[in-house]
Design a protein around this ligand. Structure first.
Ligand code: PLP
Length: 403
């Protein structure tokens, strides 16, 4: 077997020489995981409340996932979408039952799922003869991905500016001003794209008022609603999809992250009306929905449907209560936002940076988004004891913050 470097310095030196430097990585080398814990090459243990950015939904080295993938790998991994295989329709059927959206297209990442949603929304109007109905309305603070289409619908100017010109016909509106929808959504808008809880933007759940206004605007104009549930969906908040908590009825939904529990799997779910407007050849993918990916999604959906969702309801409220207790005692926390196992801790000044660093020194992985927000996205399988351990470490870190 090829020898792999394990010393942190060696790994860093090789990457510095051979990898595109787009990430400022934390200087830890992980090579093993177990449940909610990661272990570095020196066998130091970290409680992982990042879970690979919301991906390791079943924790690390989940035995059921490992054996299913191993078994699948010995049978068949990939055939392309030229042929049938037994797993893709089965995953589609399960996602339809969870979401109420009867048709699925499988891809490999979140950004591809968003791209597909927008393509399908455009195609829907094109098929109906409304070829100039192309505008997409998106929300300020939105993050939808890094490829050209989804980057065009991502708010953060520093992500966008170096790559302009981006897709034309994208309008950003404030997610806190329902009245903005009246003027923004007209008969030239193909779709409005929302994250029910904005994740990278700082963990901001949409308000019920805003969601009601979205529904009214869509009903008034026929505009399609696309819900990007890539980060907040698939059980993370204790409900299958956070759109349903907002009484939203999306025509299209983008999924990713948790679905493959670590395997790269994305999905676009859609209504029959949208699906009817799409023809063979309109879209495609080489890898999307291959057997290994679908097998992972089956294992994830098994876990979600057999106690997983109920478990997140319990663990999510334990985390919320524990964070509220921390906020009551630490004035550096200026607000808490989120739902279930997707939590954002808004902090003052540079406290978020120090909290993330302090937690890491004490063996707790958390991450920072939108500057001053500490974000928690633990595995959906995290235990009560592990939640208490995380809260305890956070408490110590907050007590020790430099003033
Ligand atoms: N949409 C949302 C809401 C996300 O949080 C992300 C990733 O963080 C994406 C889209 C892009 O997903 P990916 O990184 O898998 O392309």
């Amino acid at each position: 077997m090829t020898q792999m470097p394990t010393q942190t310095q060696d790994v860093q030196a090789i990457e510095a020489e051979h990898l595109l430097q787009v990430y400022k990585r934390v200087p830890i080398v992980f090579d093993r995981g177990e449940g909610s814990y990661l272990f570095d090459t020196k066998n130091r243990r970290y409680l992982d409340l990042v879970s690979g950015l919301g991906v390791a939904s079943l924790g690390h080295a989940h035995p059921g996932l490992a054996s299913a993938l191993a078994e699948q790998a010995t049978k068949l991994v990939h055939t392309s979408n030229l042929y049938f295989h037994p797993l893709q329709g089965a995953v589609g059927r399960r996602l339809a039952a969870l979401s109420g959206l009867p048709r699925a297209f499988f891809c490999n990442s979140g950004t591809e799922a968003v791209e597909g949603c927008v393509k399908f929304a455009r195609r829907y109007w094109h098929t109906r003869g409304e070829t100039s109905r192309t505008r997409i309305v998106v929300l300020e603070r939105a993050f939808h991905g890094r490829t050209f289409g989804s980057l065009s619908m991502t708010w953060e100017p520093t992500y966008r500016a170096p790559f302009e010109p981006l897709l034309p016909g994208v309008t950003f509106i404030s997610p806190t001003n329902p009245a903005a929808l009246d003027s923004a959504i007209g008969s030239d808008v193909a779709a409005i794209l929302i994250e029910p809880i904005q994740g990278e933007g700082g963990v901001w759940p949409l308000s019920l008022d805003f969601a009601d206004a979205v529904t009214k605007a869509c009903d008034r104009t026929g505009t399609l609603l696309i819900a990007d549930e890539i980060q907040c969906g698939l059980g993370r908040t204790g409900t299958a999809f956070y759109s349903s908590r907002l009484n939203l009825r999306p025509d299209l939904m983008a999924l990713g992250k948790a679905l493959g529990a670590g395997m790269p799997v994305g999905a676009i779910l859609m209504s029959q009306e949208v699906a009817s407007a799409i023809s063979p050849g309109d879209h495609g993918t080489t890898y999307g929905g291959n057997l290994l990916a679908c097998r992972a999604a089956m294992v994830f959906l098994d876990a979600l449907e057999h106690g997983g969702l109920e478990r997140v309801k319990v663990s999510g409220s334990r985390l919320e209560m524990g964070l509220q207790d921390l906020a009551d005692r630490h004035p550096v926390i200026t607000s808490l936002r989120g739902a279930g196992l997707m939590q954002g801790i808004q902090m003052s000044n540079t406290a978020a940076i120090h909290t993330v660093e302090g937690a890491m020194e004490k063996g707790l992985l958390i991450n920072r988004t939108a500057g001053q927000v500490v974000r928690l996205l633990p595995p959906l399988t995290i235990s009560d004891i592990e939640i208490d351990e995380a809260l305890q470490i956070l408490d110590t870190v907050l007590n020790e913050l430099p003033t």
